[in-house]
Design a protein around this ligand. Structure first.
Ligand SMILES: *[C@@H]1O[C@H](CO)[C@@H](O)[C@H](O)[C@H]1NC(C)=O
Ligand SMILES: *[C@@H]1O[C@H](CO)[C@@H](O)[C@H](O)[C@H]1NC(C)=O
Ligand SMILES: *[C@@H]1O[C@H](CO)[C@@H](O)[C@H](O)[C@H]1NC(C)=O
Ligand SMILES: *[C@@H]1O[C@H](CO)[C@@H](O)[C@H](O)[C@H]1NC(C)=O
Ligand SMILES: *[C@@H]1O[C@H](CO)[C@@H](O)[C@H](O)[C@H]1NC(C)=O
Length: 533
């Protein structure tokens, strides 16, 4: 075995490479995240793929190694970061009324890694592989609480090993902020003893722990579980010690003001208000309340310190899958387009690309392997959106520019961010007349745009208007200034016609509409307006 020699060689080399992995909010803003529950993402080669019953609430066999072995799958969809479930040691006792801690959130000893998911070297190998691909790692951390099965656990096996480090047991009185922060989450089957984060010993140990953890594993960012259940004063010290981007979970948060107050103590938050209101606006059947969406955007602009680093999502491990709440795939495609093209960091929960439809926990934690990791309608849309976004954040000021709503109606909404106009509708798949969205763009008449999905040319009409018609169904439309898109790899249809489908740059579309030359497009479409699709 030449291992020792190899290792010392790499050690010697790595001494000369400074670590550059402490990513800031500015860096994360340009990324897009694929969220993974480690236990459910991938199995080792040759394992039985019929092994996972979500209702059993137990381990199904995913590990850090199997994530590493399947990173091509994630990267090929254009994601530039992953968020993985918590990595620290969990509850070690017998099965509880809510099963086993396959999800990783039932923390016991923070000083140890969770051996169900691999070794320290496995985790480091995953992160090294991500960094080699210029991808970031975000790790989920649980700081508010540990897990136990009684109100008087034996704390000797926890990093915080004395009862004095915890708030005394009390059940949470919802709506009472002090109670939400000091009392215990969970119930009497599974208690979640609440750390006293105003205790200076707790604070300094937490800060020292996170600093070491982030440095040792070269973590790029933290997703903070149950952030609103900890006092706000705790977070600047903790995230400052970590030295990386911190995005917090302020669960539920319908109202922007309830969530926005946590940006400041934390770099950013998961955008629950947008999530809730996108459902109101886009799910089918649903209220189709686009006003709820526009109200959220208006309030977000006023109340968030910085909308461009918010974490925008349609699904996660705690909420029902989008497809369990909406029967029409186009409603997800349109809402998903919103989460990518609006201010902030798009986050896709694994399995969204297969329109998994598990309702709440535990049904929304499906194993990914039965899907076969093949391409789908949803994954093609994600790939296109990622490809565009990656191009824009690299070559323009797109990531820091703010979204402006151009128009909204009962049928949908259009906004502009940089030189990109996105038009999203809630009408669903069936073709419809009379549901047009007339978009007053800020551009001069005769300005050429290209829709990244159809690769068709659009041209602004009089006063800069663009008219979206849905005679072919309610698909999302993302129009990029053609002179800009020409510099990207997207919609290089000429290659397709001359070289066949094999030259398709991302393998996304089976039938590719040949791209018109700008001159032809301008003339034909000016005559043909408003036949845009
Ligand atoms: C809120 O919760 C705290 C902590 O449990 C408690 O001391 C206080 O009395 C509660 N306030 C109200 C108004 O119930
Ligand atoms: C404990 O779990 C059982 C079985 O799921 C449930 O019926 C019971 O209500 C739970 N008890 C508490 C205190 O939540
Ligand atoms: C739509 O949402 C707004 C909140 O922005 C609310 O005031 C209004 O009542 C909702 N309308 C319907 C029909 O649900
Ligand atoms: C963006 O820029 C980075 C760094 O220069 C490069 O590694 C990456 O391939 C670029 N991505 C795109 C989509 O252009
Ligand atoms: C829309 O209108 C056109 C022209 O009047 C008609 O041919 C078509 O069938 C209509 N489609 C729907 C879905 O109503």
């Amino acid at each position: 075995m030449s291992f020792p020699i190899l290792c010392s060689f790499f050690l010697a080399v790595s001494l000369f490479i400074p670590s550059v992995h402490s990513a800031t909010a500015e860096q994360w803003r340009t990324r897009s995240i694929y969220q993974i529950i480690t236990d459910r993402f991938a199995l080792p080669a040759g394992a039985n793929t019929n092994n996972c019953d979500v209702d059993a609430q137990t381990w199904c066999g995913g590990t850090w190694n199997t994530i590493r072995e399947n990173l091509d799958y994630v990267q090929n969809m254009g994601f530039t970061a992953i968020w993985i479930s918590p990595v620290q040691q969990n509850y070690q006792g017998p099965r509880t009324a809510y099963g086993d801690p396959y999800h990783g959130y039932w923390i016991q000893d923070l000083t140890k890694l969770n051996d169900k998911f691999g070794t320290s070297d496995d985790l480091k190998a995953l992160i090294a592989e991500l960094h080699k691909r210029d991808m970031y790692i975000m790790v989920d951390v649980v700081v508010n609480n540990v897990m136990a099965t009684s109100t008087q656990p034996d704390y000797s096996r926890y990093m915080f090993n004395d009862v004095s480090f915890y708030h005394p047991y009390c059940p949470i009185q919802w709506g009472n902020t002090t109670s939400e922060q000091d009392c215990w989450l969970g119930d009497l089957n599974v208690t979640l003893p609440d750390l006293d984060t105003t205790n200076p010993t707790v604070t300094s140990r937490y800060n020292a722990w996170i600093k070491d953890f982030v440095q040792e594993y070269e973590i790029d960012g933290l997703r903070i579980d149950a952030a609103k259940h900890v006092d706000k004063e705790f977070w600047p010290g903790f995230c400052g010690s970590a030295g990386v981007f911190c995005i917090g979970e302020v669960f539920g948060g319908l109202e922007v003001e309830d969530v926005a107050q946590w940006q400041g103590p934390l770099d950013s938050v998961l955008n629950f208000p947008l999530y809730n209101n996108l459902l109101e606006g886009f799910k089918i059947p649903g209220p189709g309340n686009i006003t709820a969406v526009t109200d959220t955007l208006t309030q977000s602009k006023q109340l968030f310190k910085d909308t461009t680093v918010l974490g925008n999502f349609l699904e996660n491990q705690d909420v029902p899958r989008f497809a369990s709440q909406s029967v029409d795939p186009q409603s997800m495609y349109n809402a998903m387009t919103f989460t990518f093209m609006y201010d902030g960091i798009p986050i896709v929960y694994y399995g969204q690309e297969f329109s998994f439809n598990g309702a709440g926990d535990p049904k929304n934690r499906e194993p990914l392997w039965p899907s076969g990791y093949v391409s789908t309608g949803a994954s093609e849309i994600m790939s296109k959106l990622n490809q565009l976004r990656n191009f824009l954040v690299n070559t323009t000021q797109w990531a820091t520019s703010e979204t402006t709503v151009l128009t909204a109606s009962q049928y949908g909404i259009a906004f502009v961010k940089g030189d990109v106009i996105s038009i999203m509708t809630n009408i669903g798949s069936p073709p419809q007349n009379g549901t047009n969205i007339a978009v007053p763009s800020p551009y001069d008449p005769n300005t050429g745009f290209t829709d990244i999905f159809s690769c068709k040319q659009w041209v602004t009409g009089s006063k800069g208007f663009l008219d979206a018609e849905y005679t072919l169904g309610g698909k999302p439309i993302v129009l990029v200034l053609s002179t800009l898109l020409d510099q990207s790899p997207l919609c290089k249809g000429e290659l397709i016609t001359s070289q066949g489908l094999g030259a398709n740059n991302n393998g996304a579309e089976a039938s590719w509409s040949p791209r018109w030359s700008s001159a032809t497009a301008a003339v034909s479409l000016l005559l043909a307006l408003p036949a845009m699709w």
